[in-house]
Design a protein around this ligand. Structure first.
Ligand SMILES: O=C(O)COP(=O)(O)O
Ligand SMILES: [Mg+2]
Length: 223
């Protein structure tokens, strides 16, 4: 059992929402316009998690860390943004158990927030379309603050916003970026087993708890 938190922050992609089909389609629409080889969902799945710019860079270089030619990136990025703005949400779905988990969290009177590396222009419409935006009085996207996860800044900002201690706060995520940000901020961290995490088993990141579904939350948090 983890101690009762005062604040619970949830990651978006790979935790609440399977956004992969739309992200992969938008990346491949960009690649097609650039007359470059398509990436496909399996590769894109491993590349998601560090924001849209890094995702585009990974697609252009077929590499996790490499920097593409600056001119190519400047041409490619707006193509991705236009494509994703058009298809964001089309095939994206809440994972099983998410709605039940969010309803339970809300019933516990925890402060709730969503902290994602997804740019704000895509976060808000996606949360609205899936009808879960109103669960989150605070939404912090990848471009809301000067730094994104794995930097602890968005988490610390949220704790300050709600006037709670980081040590009384829990982050729920799917990737090493979430675990690293939570550890650096002093949050507890619970991970879902079904998310993206760059193709790695999230157990290797050693979160405080791992669940297969957010329906397990009542069994993990003493309330
Ligand atoms: O856009 C991304 O990189 C995914 O973001 P998230 O997993 O932090 O929601
Ligand atoms: Mg995620």
């Amino acid at each position: 059992m983890m101690q009762r938190p005062a604040l619970v922050l949830c990651d978006l992609d790979g935790t609440l929402v399977d956004s992969m089909p739309d992200l992969a389609n938008a990346i491949d629409a960009m690649m097609a316009e650039l007359e470059l080889p398509l990436c496909g969902e399996e590769k894109v799945r491993h590349w998601v998690g560090n924001g849209a710019e890094r995702l585009v860079k990974r697609a252009l270089t077929d590499d996790f860390h490499a920097e593409p030619d600056a001119e190519l990136f400047d041409k490619a990025f707006p193509l991705f943004v236009a494509a994703y703005a058009q298809n964001n949400g089309e095939f994206s779905r809440l994972y099983d158990g998410v709605l039940e988990g969010l309803i339970w969290l809300q019933q516990q009177d925890f402060h709730l927030g969503c902290v994602t590396n997804k740019p704000e222009q895509f976060t808000i419409p996606l949360l609205e379309q899936l009808d879960i935006k109103d669960f989150f009085p605070l939404i912090i996207s990848g471009d809301t603050l000067p730094a994104k996860k794995p930097d602890p800044l968005p988490l610390l900002h949220a704790a300050k916003y709600f006037n709670v201690l980081p040590t009384d706060s829990l982050f729920i995520g799917d990737s090493i970026n979430d675990v690293t940000a939570a550890r650096a901020a002093g949050f507890k961290v619970l991970c879902v087993s079904y998310g993206y995490n760059h193709g790695q088993d999230i157990r290797m990141a050693n979160p405080d708890k791992i669940v297969d579904s957010l329906t397990e939350l009542p069994h993990c948090l003493s309330v």
